[in-house]
Design a protein around this ligand. Structure first.
Ligand code: DGT
Ligand code: MG
Length: 621
């Protein structure tokens, strides 16, 4: 069940109010749970009154023999009723907490997906995972277990205390003298442990981050034989977690015995006073027995009140940590005044665009150019010159200064959803989900597609035959049973994914960087057919890839230093011509080497693999 409960405003208020709002929709059942818990406590106390009656008025009184069966039935009935109420209370509370927390988890998952790139760039994944799992779990225990526990303790206290008052007011008052002391001690610890717990959670988040980073970077670690270094790094983090965990434990270790002692002393005093009064005949034996029972049921709760308050304080910290994420503004997907019905024509105009990831560190500066509908725009330039950053602005992954217009309308006026539906992006770092290859290719399409469409996209990306060579073909699950794809294969699968989406604007960020020259040529040919009609941005390091573009922009340090067609740029003195000459030279040498290798192979029957690597990786930088 999803409700339209606005968890953002709910969790943005103060903790208790926030929690109260969070249980919207389950309040009645939650109240029912507490009612049951209260009734169970009443049964408990009535039990001792029955015990008193039984001891004083039935036991050993000949005339009351007939009552025995009734009394027995009363004991059984009370036990049953108490069990039933306890069961119902627990069940309803669990039902509330499970549902409320499930709703929170769903919301959180969705929320995290909708946060801005800028937020994700600066927030460690481990921290987000910690908050969405461990902290949410702590909140679940708060709602389902601890608050119910506290409810049980309070109702036992109230009901038993009222019971004691009716037995003997003087005894009742003697029985609770230590209550203020215990409350004071527990409040003291409640504060200390809350603070420590916050540190502990932070340490644990660090640990998750380290672990997660090491696991995803496991290849790098091995390649550089840095296991020892990583182990030491992990040990330091783990030690930090251990230390803060130990400090928490120490606090617990001090708290429990000290409250034990206080409660123990109180019980001894209570029993002693009660026994003396019974011996002196001030109270009956039945009253004394009932008193002992009720006193135990008052003291037991008091002893636990501290523990629950402590745990609830942890939950409140968790509440804050979860609320902190929820308060972060989402990237509005649908905000925007300009909502065309169909795809755009694809005219894109950059006008003095400036952009920075962090303030004062401009990554792009004064970017101005025009792309006509259907044109191919190539971006070249040294690594770090801002090519990826420039194309990232088109789907509005980041906010920019200046003006970018699509079909004459400022990008900011389009809903982000529209832009992302119309723009096909092959990201520089290919990412595949652990699903089948087919599902991966179909990931971006919202319409019905046939298998034929999928195959065609894969063919255009020159990956169809590769996929068919896998044991399960298109149904091969990526990453399972040893079927991992090479960098180039992954890149081509992501290319197929974007081609299948059939977007009006196509962005290929180094989409063929880990593909050999021959395959790249095949892809380029297929793209030539696909590109007409759509505005395309190609980022590449090989001049060959960008030669045929309608407009080549050469970036350097976030500025366009040269622009024009291949022919125009060759005529100019500048970075483009230098790169071209360098790459052509490498090509020529390669050809010569190849010819030499062929000749050698022809003469002595050997064939040596030519060193083509150098040409493939001859980058523009
Ligand atoms: P490439 O892919 O190596 O050929 O380089 P480009 O041209 O795609 O460079 P780009 O746009 O990724 O980076 C330009 C500058 O921006 C560079 O100094 C690194 C910085 N940068 C890139 N991504 C981020 C990011 O997510 N956050 C921050 N703070 N800076 C970033
Ligand atoms: Mg890049």
């Amino acid at each position: 069940m999803t409700t339209d409960l606005d968890l953002k405003t709910t969790l943005s208020t103060r903790r208790i109010v926030g929690l109260w709002r969070m249980i919207t929709g389950y309040r009645a059942i939650y109240a029912g749970a507490f009612l049951c818990i209260g009734l169970a406590a009443v049964c408990q106390t009535v039990f001792y009154f029955l015990l008193r009656y039984f001891t004083d008025d039935v036991l050993g009184v000949e005339a009351m023999r007939g009552q025995l069966a009734w009394v027995a039935a009363g004991f059984i009935g009370l036990a049953l009723a108490q069990g039933l109420f306890t069961f119902m209370g627990g069940r309803w509370a669990t039902m509330t907490s499970e549902n409320v927390i499930r709703r929170l988890r769903d919301y959180l998952y969705d929320h995290v997906q909708r946060l801005t790139f800028a937020y994700h760039d600066k927030t460690p994944t481990g921290d987000l995972i910690q908050r969405s799992t461990s902290d949410v779990e702590t909140m679940r225990r708060f709602l389902g277990e601890e608050s119910v526990g506290l409810g049980r303790i309070l109702s036992l206290f109230v009901v038993n205390f009222v019971g004691l008052l009716t037995l003997n007011p003087r005894l009742a008052l003697i029985s609770i003298v230590v209550v203020p002391l215990i409350v004071a001690v527990s409040i003291y610890f409640f504060r200390m442990i809350g603070k420590r717990y916050e540190i502990f959670q932070e340490e644990e988040a660090k640990l998750s981050t380290t672990l997660q980073e090491n696991l995803s970077g496991v290849r790098v670690v091995r390649a550089f034989a840095r296991q020892d270094f990583e182990r030491q790094k992990f040990e330091v983090t783990n030690r930090g977690r251990y230390d803060s965990g130990r400090k928490l434990l120490v606090l617990h270790a001090v708290y429990w015995p000290s409250t034990d002692i206080i409660v123990g002393i109180q019980l001894i005093i209570g029993y002693a006073v009660g026994a003396t009064m019974a011996i002196n005949g001030e109270i009956t034996v039945g009253t004394f027995l009932a008193y002992m029972g009720m006193l135990t049921w008052i003291m037991w709760p008091i002893r636990n009140v501290g523990r629950l308050i402590v745990q609830m304080s942890m939950a409140l910290v968790s509440f804050d940590r979860v609320a902190e994420i929820i308060r972060v503004d989402r990237e509005p997907l649908d905000a925007g005044t300009h909502r065309p019905d169909g795809p755009p024509h694809g005219e894109i105009v950059f006008d003095d665009v400036r952009f920075a990831y962090a303030e004062e560190m401009a990554v792009l500066n004064g970017i101005t150019f025009r792309a006509e509908p259907g044109q191919v725009i190539a971006l070249v330039g040294p690594t770090g010159s801002g090519k990826t950053s420039l194309v990232n602005l088109l789907p509005r992954f980041y906010e920019y200064q200046g003006s970018i217009r699509l079909d004459g309308v400022e990008l900011r006026d389009y809903p982000r959803r529209y832009l992302r539906e119309q723009i096909g992006f092959v990201l520089q770092e290919p990412f595949l989900f652990s699903r089948t290859i087919k599902e991966n290719i179909m990931y971006g399409v919202h319409r019905e597609v046939t298998d034929e469409d999928v195959y065609r996209a894969a063919q255009a990306a020159a990956v169809h035959d590769v996929i068919l060579s896998f044991p399960d073909g298109y149904d091969t699950v990526v990453g399972e049973r040893g079927v991992t794809l090479s960098g180039g294969q992954k890149q081509r699968v992501t290319l197929a994914r974007t081609l299948l989406k059939d977007p009006a604007i196509l962005i290929l960020d180094d989409a063929t960087s880990s593909v050999d020259t021959e395959t790249e040529a095949a892809i380029r040919e297929a793209l030539q057919e696909l590109i007409p009609g759509r505005t395309t941005f190609i980022i590449a390091h090989r001049v060959q890839t960008v030669m045929s573009a309608d407009l080549i922009l050469v970036l350097e340090k976030g500025r366009i230093v040269q622009s024009g067609t291949h022919a125009e740029l060759l005529e100019q003195e500048g970075i483009y011509r230098r790169i071209y000459e360098l790459q052509s030279q490498i090509e020529d040498e390669l050809q010569q080497d190849l010819a030499a290798a062929h000749a050698a192979a022809g003469s002595n029957g050997h064939y040596r693999t030519p060193e083509r690597q150098s040409a493939d990786t001859a980058a523009l930088d």
